[in-house]
Design a binder for this molecule. Structure first.
Ligand code: CTP
Ligand code: MG
Length: 397
């Protein structure tokens, strides 16, 4: 699946996802907020699964267990309800650990883009009596303040920003949790709780991508990262997708040609259920194919009489919408037609602008060629078109 070193056997990951997301204020619990085509929790889960732990426990908002189970599908996870503080949610996760687990990593679902390697790095550094956190050096200059006054500088060399997953030997973490519960103390993170019970805590280098989605601005940052770079999921890297589409239409006896989003007065029309714009139709198939969303017949064929006689531009605009609804943005489209007519080059820029506008501004390149008199395009009987399209997963809200 990937080339990460395997984490130690018998390592479980508890993903805490039971928070309400007050600061994100998205109207649903934070873990269930969409990030691209999937939820924050699904991104977090896929990052965890890519690290191949021996068990994954999902701690979710009470009452949302069935919804999360449906989302998880056949991914191997145990789902339990969380509590009203993070510490209680972790405790609920600890109670669901399988026999034989020796190392426990506690991870915030809100750190949805944490690289799989970070789990492995933490897990292998855990030892008897030793907890491990990933942390980043602090880059800002820090000040101690009181009210509106700056009262002292703070030496940032002594500080580090803690992330998750935080890893611990199971038995000692359970003992530390039991102690905290008994004393009724709430700690800011698992490392603080573990240290309070006498454990040592070390740090390994965290990563920028493991930032916690807390505010709407953080969510936007996560969306930008997702839409601009290849990401890893349990199925492997999420990369742009390519599609191909072809179309052939015969010339009709009369009418006016409609091709590549333009009218061509003086040229005979192409036959077709719609306006016969074979260039637009090939692009539609390339885009739908790239996104794995079927083909032109399925979305615009005779079963959809509302599209009879419709312009290719209408198909293109609707196709762009279908892709957006499924979480894809159009990268670019390249299309070429074979035919003796129309003479294309003088109107290339105009055609590219028209097709691009119909697709909501995507980059479209069009070229034309003849076939040296060969085949049906060479005999002037019709036009053959080939299109390729690149699409990529996008952020959706
Ligand atoms: N968490 C949890 N149970 C809680 C509170 C928090 O499982 N009772 C989880 C969150 O789901 C999140 C992680 O702990 O993955 C870190 O918490 P935070 O970022 O503070 O999330 P929320 O508590 O949901 O957000 P907010 O504080 O803005 O309400
Ligand atoms: Mg919180």
């Amino acid at each position: 699946m990937n080339d990460l070193p395997a984490p130690p056997a018998r390592t479980a990951v508890i993903i805490v996802a039971a928070g309400s997301g007050t600061r994100l204020a998205a109207g649903v619990p934070k873990a269930l907020v969409p990030l691209g085509a999937r939820t924050i929790l699904e991104h977090a889960l896929d990052g965890v699964l890519a690290a191949a732990p021996s068990q994954v426990v999902l701690v979710v908002p009470a009452g949302r267990e069935a919804e999360v189970a449906a989302m998880a599908g056949d991914r191997p996870v145990r789902i339990v309800a969380g509590g009203d503080t993070r510490q209680r949610s972790v405790a609920a996760g600890l109670a669901a650990l399988a026999d034989g687990v020796e190392v426990v990593l506690v991870h915030d679902a809100a750190r949805a883009l944490t690289p799989p390697a970070q789990f492995t790095a933490v897990a292998i550094a855990v030892g008897p009596g030793i907890g491990v956190i990933p942390a980043l050096p602090v880059v800002d200059t820090l000040k101690r303040v009181r009210g509106e006054n700056v009262v002292a500088p703070v030496d940032r060399a002594e500080l580090a920003a803690a992330q998750t997953p935080q890893g611990f030997p199971r038995a000692e973490l359970l003992a530390a949790y039991a102690q905290a519960t008994e004393q009724g103390v709430e700690y800011t993170d698992d490392a603080a709780l573990f240290a309070a019970a006498g454990g040592a805590v070390r740090h390994v280098l965290g990563s920028e991508e493991a930032f916690k989605i807390t505010t709407p601005h953080d969510l936007e940052r996560a969306r930008m990262i997702l839409s601009s770079s290849a990401r890893f999921s349990a199925e492997g890297p999420v990369v742009p997708r390519i599609g191909i589409g072809t179309d052939v239409h015969a010339f009709a006896a009369g009418g006016t040609l409609r091709l590549a989003g333009l009218d061509w007065p003086g040229e005979p029309a192409l036959d077709g259920h719609s306006d016969g714009d074979a260039v637009a139709h090939a692009i539609v198939d390339a885009l739908l194919g790239a996104a794995g969303l079927g083909d032109i017949g399925q979305h615009f064929g005779t079963a959809h009489p509302e599209y009879a006689g419709a312009h290719g531009d209408v198909f293109l605009a609707r196709t762009a919408e279908i892709l957006a609804e499924a979480g894809f943005a159009i990268g670019n489209v390249s299309v070429q037609f074979q035919g003796n007519r129309p003479r294309f080059s003088a109107r290339r820029a105009e055609a590219e602008r028209a097709l691009s506008a119909a697709l909501g501004g995507a980059s479209v390149a069009v070229s034309a060629t003849t076939t040296d008199g060969l085949g049906f395009p060479g005999r002037g009987e019709g036009i053959a078109v080939t299109a390729v399209a690149l699409v990529h997963p996008i952020a959706q809200s």
